[in-house]
Ligand binder design. Structure first.
Ligand code: TYD
Length: 137
């Protein structure tokens, strides 16, 4: 896979503009560099709550603000980066081994996540210090 995919990056998705309403799409291994194994979404987030707060050993993902807005905070040994997602035709590609959390969800926001793996609790690193130790290996 091309090196560009080793770091997180925003992907502009196709947007078919139409007076009847716009349309965007994602195809595995085309707009995104992995096979889509799982799709999940986060919604009805009460004001002030945050989600995430973990890293994945293997899972890569694409995060899309299908509706509303929220911030994705990424952290690893390169430091902290923050991405504000608020357009349904942009996705944030997040490779494995990045600590990520999501916060500042707007009312009625809808966060779609396309994941490269099935759900597996063993793939999670939920302790930040364990994550740092894992990176140092
Ligand atoms: P989790 O990924 O920990 O959410 P967050 O990091 O945003 O708080 O998932 C929350 C719970 O949902 C956890 O108990 C596992 C369960 N879950 C599944 O069963 N399947 C899934 O695909 C996901 C993403 C979570």
């Amino acid at each position: 896979m091309n090196n560009i995919y080793l770091k997180e990056h925003l992907i502009k998705l196709p947007k078919i503009e139409d007076p009847r309403g716009n349309l965007s799409f994602i195809e595995e291994l085309n707009q995104i560099p992995f096979k889509i194994t799982r799709v999940y979404w986060i919604y009805d987030v009460p004001g002030g709550q945050s989600r995430g707060g973990h890293a994945f050993k293997e899972q890569q993902e694409l995060i899309v603000a299908l509706s509303g807005s929220f911030d994705v905070i990424l952290d690893d040994n390169l430091g902290k980066r923050e991405y504000s997602l608020n357009r349904s035709y942009y996705g944030l590609y997040v490779p494995n081994l990045i600590w990520r959390s999501m916060e500042n969800f707007s009312t009625n926001s809808l966060c779609l996540i396309l994941a490269s793996t099935h759900y597996d609790e063993k793939d999670y690193i939920r302790d930040y210090h364990e994550f740092l130790r894992f990176l140092a290996k």
